[in-house]
Design a protein around this ligand. Structure first.
Ligand code: URA
Length: 434
């Protein structure tokens, strides 16, 4: 094919045709090597947003993105590998207790993760609030940590050679209004997860105001596509659909979330964080073929031991005090009653404005910034008592964060007949076969 074929590929998809394997391979390869111009790939992505891709096209697109870089291989490890991916939510610190918990159950967890962009925080940003902790590890060090029976879990930055086509394409989609496409989102996420070399994968697909996918139907369609892509690539994959209308736990912000994750590992922590951690851990352990209940490893302290080993292995000090913010401000409940709404997106935007997130790739984040919630949906609140504490090193950020939170809540003077929070785990997709 020649550079001119970019136009015929764009036209074909624009007019609703199926792309052949050769057309897909050529487009991804040409874009990665600057043969297909950014504006041409943007036009193709927009045609895909409108026309979609079928299962074969999406699987081929994913494979072409994996083949644009290096695929890690951990098949020779002495333990089964399993990872999880969340589509991102507010206060979603689940990886932090989950990875060491599943490692404590006998699996190896090789998680390559990203930094956050916009109002949902990234796992690496959270872990980087721990003094000394480093995200950049090579595959040899990853393998050493995964093989160490006292650790067995690693969470580190994806290197530049992991699905480089996706790195370019995601940056382009972000600036051309072409993120919102199930085949493009599914192939983007799964290309990175398949390339990281895990044998099994549990997906946490969020549904609700704080999520990518606001409706159950859209989240189900995304989950189904990702589970199929996993199966097509030989990675046993299951997805849980989980509620993200209200933040998970009582904190949103990097160091605040680490502290909450440590509470969970110590046997406490908010009930929703514990519930989701255990639900995902059970799925992961089952996919890994292990016959053990993760609740035991949480209760008897083995998960905490693996957390300490995991932080240590990446240069961090699990006993060092976490950073605390230079400024805090408390917002009180305006009336008394039952908290019936606490909008995840608004809390995410407030935490982001306080400095916990970044607007552009490469911006720094504040470790100590964020929001602590003193109540969650379904709780009784009292007028004048604290509802939120805002944390920041940059006090000029406070008015913008307070404004975001002003519309976040609803308080009902009557007790509702049903818990307004509803179930956390909404659905399950996939049978874990490959
Ligand atoms: N996350 C990704 O990695 N890719 C997408 O397309 C959307 C979310």
């Amino acid at each position: 094919m020649t550079a001119h074929d970019a136009i015929s590929i764009i036209r074909a998809k624009r007019d609703g045709a199926e792309l052949s394997d050769e057309q897909i391979d050529w487009a991804i390869n040409a874009f990665t090597h600057d043969v297909m111009a950014g504006e041409q790939m943007a036009a193709l992505a927009m045609a895909i947003v409108w026309r979609g891709m079928n299962r074969r096209e999406t699987a081929r697109w994913t494979r072409a993105m994996i083949d644009s870089g290096r695929r890690l291989d951990f098949t020779d490890l002495p333990r089964p590998t399993v990872d999880k991916h969340s589509t991102g939510g507010i206060g979603d610190k689940i990886t932090l207790p989950l990875a060491p918990l599943v490692a404590a159950c006998g699996a190896a967890v090789p998680q390559l993760s990203g930094r956050g962009l916009g109002h949902t925080g990234g796992t690496l940003d959270k872990l980087e609030s721990i003094p000394g902790w480093r995200a950049d590890l090579g595959p040899d060090r990853m393998r050493e940590i995964l093989t160490d029976p006292a650790v067995g879990a690693v969470v580190c930055a994806a290197g530049a050679d992991l699905a480089p086509a996706d790195k370019r394409l995601y940056a382009l989609r972000d600036t051309t209004g072409t993120v919102e496409s199930i085949p493009l989102i599914a192939s983007s996420i799964m290309s990175k997860k398949i390339a990281e070399g895990t044998a099994a994968l549990v997906l946490d697909v969020k549904v609700g105001s704080g999520a990518f996918m606001p409706t159950h139907a859209e989240a189900h369609a995304l989950a189904t596509t990702m589970v199929e892509l996993g199966a097509d690539a030989g990675v046993r994959t299951v997805a849980l659909l989980t509620a993200m209308d209200t933040p998970l736990g009582r904190t949103a912000g990097n160091a605040l979330e680490v502290a909450e994750a440590v509470e969970v590992l110590a046997g406490g922590g908010p009930a929703d964080v514990v519930e989701l951690t255990l639900a995902l851990a059970r799925e992961m352990v089952t996919l890994a073929g292990l016959d053990t209940d993760p609740a035991d490893a949480l209760a008897d302290g083995r998960a905490m031991d693996h957390w300490r080993g995991m932080i240590h292995a990446q240069g961090g000090d699990p006993d060092a005090p976490l950073p605390s913010a230079a400024h805090t401000e408390t917002l009180s409940a305006p009336t008394s009653g039952t908290l019936t709404r606490l909008d995840a997106r608004a809390v995410g935007i407030a935490a982001w404005r306080l400095g916990a997130g970044r607007a552009r790739q490469g911006d720094p984040v504040q470790s100590a910034a964020g929001v602590r919630l003193h109540a969650t949906v379904g709780d009784q609140v009292t007028a004048g008592r604290p509802l939120f504490t805002l944390h920041t090193d940059t006090p000029h950020a406070l008015p913008g964060a307070l404004e975001a939170l002003s519309e976040a809540i609803a308080i009902s003077p009557q007790s509702p007949r049903h818990n307004p929070r509803g179930p956390l785990i909404l659905d399950r997709v996939g049978d874990g076969r490959s």
